[in-house]
Design a binder for this molecule. Sequence first.
Ligand code: GDP
Ligand code: MG
Length: 186
Amino acid sequence: MATEKKVKRVGKIDTPEEYEALIQRSLVVFKPDSVQRGIVGEILSRFERVGLKIVAAKMVNPDRDHYYTHYEKIGKMVTRRGEVAFNQNLDYMSSGPVLAMVFEGIEAVALIRKIVGPTEPKAADMGTVRGDYSHMSFGYADAKHIGIPNLLHASGDPDEAEQEIQHWFRPEEIQSYSALSEKFLR
Ligand code: GDP
Ligand code: MG
């Protein structure tokens, strides 16, 4: 017998303002491993395929201060994962240029985390980016003293997304336009 999956829904929505408010923006960073492995295009197509709209993009090589703000001031990573993993992650992120992008879509923050998969590639399901393009375990990465290469950063929640987008992009770097697909996807 088919069982219906429990879906978490937002409350009843009546007005255009209320459903407009469900359109979110989220930061995605193609980390040094996706850039250096030459699989940015392949991965990017997954976000386009579900109808997410690209509203900002740039290739950058941020300094440690930038990543400190990103992962600790905004992401509280030391508290969550400890100082050792934090420093190893900063080394990993500083190992080459990254492509930073902002995507827009309906409840986009959670959608993008679903596409990306969980932090540890070993635990990530096939069909997620981290599960399809990597397989490393925390055990192996910790023993090797490296930040676990897992291809993408994606904002964890809508509040983190807002702070991260402000940290990575100036307002004029974020574009507003209507996509043809919106007729069916919005
Ligand atoms: P994310 O939101 O899934 O990217 O995970 P976090 O924000 O908790 O951590 C940031 C990044 O640090 C992760 O994407 C990993 O690359 C790395 N990282 C986090 N925790 C660990 C850990 O326990 N060991 C290692 N080696 N790397 C970690
Ligand atoms: Mg995170």
